[in-house]
Design a protein around this ligand. Structure first.
Ligand code: NAD
Length: 257
């Protein structure tokens, strides 16, 4: 299937590893020009080098999604380097695990800045140009916790729900301007985030295998599988998919809808 995004400019935050990097790779495979944004230059440089090696046009910028000025700056720099952002993948690291009763104001503030306001600010910066040009694709990366909370991830559960509400609201506001806004809800995906969350287990490989065994597919997901979903939602073909929260969890969630 031709996705129709050859030459489109994509900005992927949190794009140096894991799901963000896989999204950047999937978009690049479809011919998009990709700007990878993340906090560390080593990871960004490595991701950009790999993308260029595969023949893609790719650039890297440093940004911190938890910095109030970071998202708008990322969009401005991406546009200065490559051109107007057509495709925005709003992604960042997840908040640290913990129970609701143990989280203090500092923890809440960081999670809200990074995972809720960071997404809002990023979208606010890229959206006016998309609307003016009559074409845009925004994909947020959250979690299946939007549908079914995950024990021990209080900050994540709450901030993802905020993003889901914002996406659904915005999708209706911009639908007439050729812009779609969708939300991807990954289940267990084998990335550094998963490895970190399981790092307290004595045998990491066994813990990953055990996590996979609890999924109906008998395995955990691959970041590339999420990347391909992001690329489709960012495509011209997905013009009528708007405001959706799309789960990619191997069928693990029992929630209907
Ligand atoms: P990851 O930790 O492997 O990668 C996160 C990426 O974001 C890295 O490139 C990192 O450098 C970057 N990053 C982190 N904080 C940032 C910040 N403040 N500003 C800019 N960049 C930042 O995570 P992942 O597994 O790829 O997950 C991506 C998102 O999906 C996270 O929000 C995660 O919580 C969520 N998620 C992951 C899973 C999973 O199983 N892996 C499941 C559900 C939800």
């Amino acid at each position: 299937m031709e996705l129709g995004i050859e030459g489109r400019v994509a900005l992927v935050t949190g794009g140096s590893r894991g799901i963000g990097r896989a999204a950047a790779e999937a978009l690049a495979r479809e011919g998009a020009q990709v700007v990878v944004a993340a906090r560390g230059s080593v990871g960004v440089d490595a991701a950009v080098a790999a993308l260029r090696e595969s023949g893609a046009r790719a650039e890297g910028i440093l940004t911190d999604m938890s910095d109030p000025l970071g998202p708008a700056d990322a969009v401005a720099r991406a546009e200065a380097i490559i051109g107007p952002v057509d495709i925005l993948v709003a992604n960042a690291g997840g908040p640290p695990p913990g129970r609701f009763v143990d989280a203090d104001d500092e923890g809440w503030d960081l999670a809200v800045q990074q995972n809720l306001l960071g997404t809002v600010r990023l979208i606010r910066a890229a959206l006016p140009g998309m609307r003016e040009r009559g074409w845009g694709r925004i994909v947020t990366i959250t979690s299946t916790s939007v549908r079914e909370v995950i024990d021990g991830l209080a900050l994540s559960n709450a901030t993802r729900a905020g993003v889901a509400g914002a996406v659904r609201t915005l999708a209706r506001e911009v639908a007439g301007d050729g812009v779609t806004v969708n939300n991807v809800l990954p289940g267990p995906i084998l990335t550094d985030r998963m490895r970190e969350l399981l790092s307290s287990q004595p045998d990491l490989d066994a813990a990953i295998a055990e996590r996979g065994a609890r999924n109906p597919t008998g395995r955990v997901g691959d970041p590339g599988e999420v990347g391909d979903l992001v690329a489709f939602l960012a495509s011209d073909r997905a013009a009528f998919i708007n405001g959706a929260s799309v789960m990619i969890d191997g069928g693990e969630s029992r929630v209907v809808g």
